[in-house]
Design a protein around this ligand. Structure first.
Ligand SMILES: C[S@@+](CC[C@H](N)C(=O)[O-])C[C@H]1O[C@@H](n2cnc3c(N)ncnc32)[C@H](O)[C@@H]1O
Ligand SMILES: [Zn+2]
Length: 299
C-alpha cells in the first residue's frame, strides 16, 4: 500500500509519478555526481549540483545520458506482457512474495533491477501491497520496456537506468529482484540496507523445453557459471526449483514465441504444443555483515 494514494487516482501519469518521486526522494541519488536530489516543483528530479532528469508523459524518469543498444525491442516486451498477464509466471511471483513476507517487514523498499516491461513487479505489488507499506522501484536500461511499464496502473516508480550505476542512495533498498536479467553484485550491495536480500531468478535446465527442442537446441540451460559467481558474492539462504507445465492455449502461442530473442526469425518452424515447461531456479542471497562494514569504510 502506498499511503494517501487514493487521492491520486484522477491525476495524470506524470503527476502521479512526480508525487511518487517526491515522496521517495531520499532513496535516490544523482547517477552522474552521486549527490542527493532536492525538492522541486518541476516534473522531474534535480540534484544539488544542477543535473536535471525530466519525467516523461508516461510517468517514468530517464537517468541515462545516452541510449545504449539492446537486444530487446518493443514487440518482445509486448509479447512478454501478454504472457505474464495470462498468468503463466504467477507461481513464480507467489514464491517471491513468500520470501518477502517471511521477513516480517512492516514496510519495504523493493527494486526490480532489469524489470523489462514491468508486469512481474506489478503482479508482485498486487500480492504484497494490501498488507505492507511499500515503495516499489522498477529499473531497466531499455527505454521501450520502461515506457510500457509506465502505462501500468500500480503506484510503482519506473526509471530507465543502468544497473551498473543505479540512481539510488547507499543502504536504501530491502530487496533487489533480478529476474532473468544480468546482475551487478557490487551495485546491489551498495544500494541494499544491511540485512537486505537479493532475489535472483534463473532459467532451469528444462525452461521452455518444448520450444528449445523444436529449435534443435540440445544443450540444456546451465547455471553453473552464474551460480559460482553468485556464491562468491552472496551467502545463499534459499535455492528452490520451480517446475510446472503451463497450458498456454493457441491464442497465446505467437506471443510465447516472440517473448524471447531465442526464436527470432525462426518463429515459423515452431508448432504449438498443449503444455509448455516452465522451470526456474529461485535464489535468495544475503551479503555477509562484515562485507557491509568494509563497504562503509570504502564510501
Ligand atoms: C530477459 S529480459 C527480463 C526482463 C524482466 N525481468 C522479465 O522477466 O520480463 C532482461 C532485461 O535485462 C535488461 N538489462 C540488460 N542489461 C541491463 C543493464 N545493464 N541495466 C539494466 N537493465 C539491463 C534488458 O533491457 C531486459 O529488459
Ligand atoms: Zn548530479
Amino acid at each position: 500500500m502506498v499511503r494517501g494514494w487514493d487521492v491520486m487516482k484522477n491525476k495524470t501519469k506524470k503527476e502521479r509519478a512526480h508525487r511518487l518521486f517526491q515522496d521517495n526522494m531520499k532513496l535516490f541519488r544523482c547517477p552522474f555526481c552521486s549527490h542527493p536530489f532536492i525538492r522541486s516543483r518541476h516534473f522531474g528530479l534535480r540534484c544539488s549540483q544542477g543535473h536535471n532528469f525530466d519525467l516523461a508523459r508516461n510517468g517514468y524518469c530517464n537517468f541515462l545520458a545516452s541510449a545504449p543498444k539492446n537486444d530487446y525491442q518493443r514487440d518482445l516486451f509486448l509479447a512478454r506482457r501478454r504472457v505474464f498477464q495470462a498468468g503463466l509466471y504467477q507461481p513464480l511471483i507467489v514464491e517471491i512474495s513468500k520470501l518477502i513476507l517471511d521477513q516480517g517487514w512492516k514496510s519495504v523498499v523493493i527494486l526490480d533491477a532489469g524489470c523489462g516491461e514491468g508486469s512481474l513487479l506489478s503482479q508482485l505489488y498486487l500480492l504484497l501491497a494490501p498488507g505492507l507499506t511499500c515503495s516499489f522501484l522498477g529499473m531497466d536500461i531499455n527505454k521501450e520496456g520502461i515506457r510500457l511499464a509506465g502505462a501500468l496502473g500500480e503506484p510503482i516508480i519506473w526509471g530507465v537506468a543502468d544497473l551498473a550505476q543505479l540512481p539510488l542512495a547507499a543502504n536504501s533498498v530491502d530487496a533487489v529482484l533480478n529476474i532473468l536479467a544480468p546482475a551487478n553484485y557490487g551495485e546491489f550491495k551498495r544500494v541494499l540496507k544491511p540485512g537486505g536480500m537479493v532475489i535472483k531468478v534463473l532459467p532451469g535446465p528444462g525452461y521452455l523445453r518444448e520450444i528449445r527442442n523444436q529449435l534443435e537446441i540440445d544443450v540444456p540451460y546451465s547455471n553453473e557459471e552464474v551460480l559460482n559467481h553468485l556464491g562468491k558474492q552472496l551467502k545463499i539462504q534459499v535455492q528452490k526449483r520451480i517446475y510446472y507445465q503451463s497450458r498456454p492455449g493457441k491464442a497465446l502461442w505467437p506471443h510465447l514465441l516472440k517473448m524471447t530473442p531465442l526464436t527470432r526469425y525462426r518463429e515459423r518452424v515452431i508448432k504449438p504444443v498443449p503444455f509448455l515447461t516452465i522451470e526456474l531456479e529461485l535464489l535468495k542471497g544475503v551479503y555477509p555483515q562484515q562485507s557491509f562494514q568494509k563497504l562503509r569504510k570504502e564510501i
